[in-house]
Ligand binder design. Structure first.
Ligand code: HAM
Length: 412
């Protein structure tokens, strides 16, 4: 679990603001759920036989002896909240977004961390294919705003529960004769949850899966129609996608249209975002029978595919207060507070360093302005304001300095 150092934290904050602004434009409202939930919330939704539940969750008994887990994803908690707060009594569709840390005890590698961040959305209370298309369109707009280059939207449909059962039967029939070629894990999964065999990264299993029957061939006419409609809406809206017939998701709750966004710029962990429809989950978790769909974007993976230089801080539009003499610290202290009270980003160094060292620091930290505080300046009431970029220096009253910088901030 990484420390997020200041440069990265700053970058993440900028991305968070951009992401939240796109989500708000698409009329989603923010929700914040706790990091710790009863383990059952995840086991019942994500599925007992998934990698996440089987081996990646941080679970423990709390002081009251309750089995709790640190959230590995956001969807299950949001549905739990949706049911708990009775939002289903509201005739409107519930549209929520979230941004926060998730925890999975995976083997760490580039783009795969044990604590990572997701920004996600969920649309609960409707099954129209237009909602699936709207969701994918919002993800597409978001990736455009974030200037992600060379990404592909991969699309598939897993169908309804009956289709799934039908497909599981077909897949089991195919895998039965190849049972001995499967890894130990998949031999167990074959009996418990055969679809999970399709996610296996084992070379031998991959070879077997290559020629396996595909899920879209098991879709009923209604699911097939919905899938075709989603594709046609996206095509008409000029949103490019690829149909990926072997795309199944690593979580069990999906039904209907599912998708992943991958980037060629990433290695084996190439999914930047993923999601899909999960129409049965609300009922399974004890709520009413309402359709839902959503996606989550992995922030650390996003950081690997954006042009980070664009976000680098070139200069701080603010003031470094430099003291000619350390005896002037009392005056400096007042000045710093006055500037900050006027919303001007301000820094100083009262540790007694030489004036030269303070100027070097101001330069290194990329402050646009330095206010020089000396006896003369205090006497005349006019402070020396130095523009660190041009080297120009002018004497101004503090009120005029504040006004000047505030104006520049407005025009920035
Ligand atoms: P997921 O595919 O498990 O789906 O995760 C979504 C995204 O989170 C991935 O595409 C990836 O970018 C990022 N991610 C996942 N695990 C890690 C990790 N260990 N390190 C870094 N990034 C990671 C979900 O979580 C679903 N809840 C998405 C969803 C929302 N489906 C419907 N609604």
């Amino acid at each position: 679990m990484p420390d997020i150092l200041p440069d990265k934290a700053r970058l993440m904050m900028i991305l968070e603001e951009k992401i939240k602004s796109v989500f708000s434009t698409c009329a989603f409202n923010e929700i914040q759920t706790p990091i710790l939930e009863e383990t059952e919330v995840f086991t019942r939704s994500i599925g007992e036989d998934t990698d996440i539940v089987e081996k990646e969750m941080y679970s423990f008994l709390d002081r009251g002896g309750k089995n709790v887990s640190m959230r590995p994803e956001g969807t299950a908690s949001i549905l739990r909240a949706y049911i708990e707060h009775g939002w289903f009594n509201d005739p409107d569709i519930t549209k929520l977004y979230y941004f926060g840390p998730m925890f999975r005890g995976e083997r760490p590698q580039k783009g795969r961390l044990r604590q990572f961040h997701q920004a996600g959305v969920e649309i609960i209370g409707g099954s129209s294919p237009y909602l699936d298309a709207e969701l994918i369109a919002s993800l597409n707009s978001l990736l455009k705003v974030l200037e992600v280059k060379k990404y592909s939207i991969l699309l598939n449909s897993l169908g309804c529960q009956q289709d799934r059962k039908q497909y599981e039967k077909t897949l089991s029939g195919y895998l039965d004769s190849k049972f001995s070629d499967l890894c130990e894990n998949c031999q167990r999964r074959f009996k418990k949850n055969v679809l999970r065999v399709l996610d296996c990264k084992n070379k031998g299993c991959k070879e077997v899966i290559k020629n396996a029957p595909i899920v879209v061939d098991s879709l009923c006419s209604s699911c097939s129609k919905n899938f075709n409609l989603v594709k046609s809406i996206l095509t008409k809206a000029n949103i490019a996608f690829e149909e990926k017939k072997d795309l199944v998701r690593g979580l069990d709750y999906y039904t209907g249209v599912v998708f992943e966004v991958v980037s060629g710029a990433l290695g084996s962990q190439d999914a930047i975002a993923a999601g899909g429809r999960y129409d049965d989950l609300c009922l399974e978790m004890g709520g009413p029978d309402v359709g839902a769909t959503g996606f989550a974007l992995g922030i650390e993976r996003l950081l690997l595919v954006i042009d980070q230089e664009k976000y680098e801080q070139k200069q701080i539009l603010g003031v470094f207060v430099a003291l000619i003499d350390k005896e002037l610290a009392e005056y400096g202290f007042e000045l710093v507070n006055q500037l900050r009270d006027n919303k001007i980003i301000t820094e100083w160094d009262p540790t007694g360093r030489s004036f030269k060292a303070q100027m070097r620091k101001a330069n290194r930290q990329k402050w646009k302005y330095v206010i020089i505080v000396g006896e003369d300046e205090i006497k005349t009431g006019e402070l020396a304001l130095k523009d660190m970029e041009s080297g120009e220096q002018i004497n101004l009253k503090i009120e005029n300095i504040i006004e000047k910088i505030q104006m520049e901030g407005k025009n920035d």
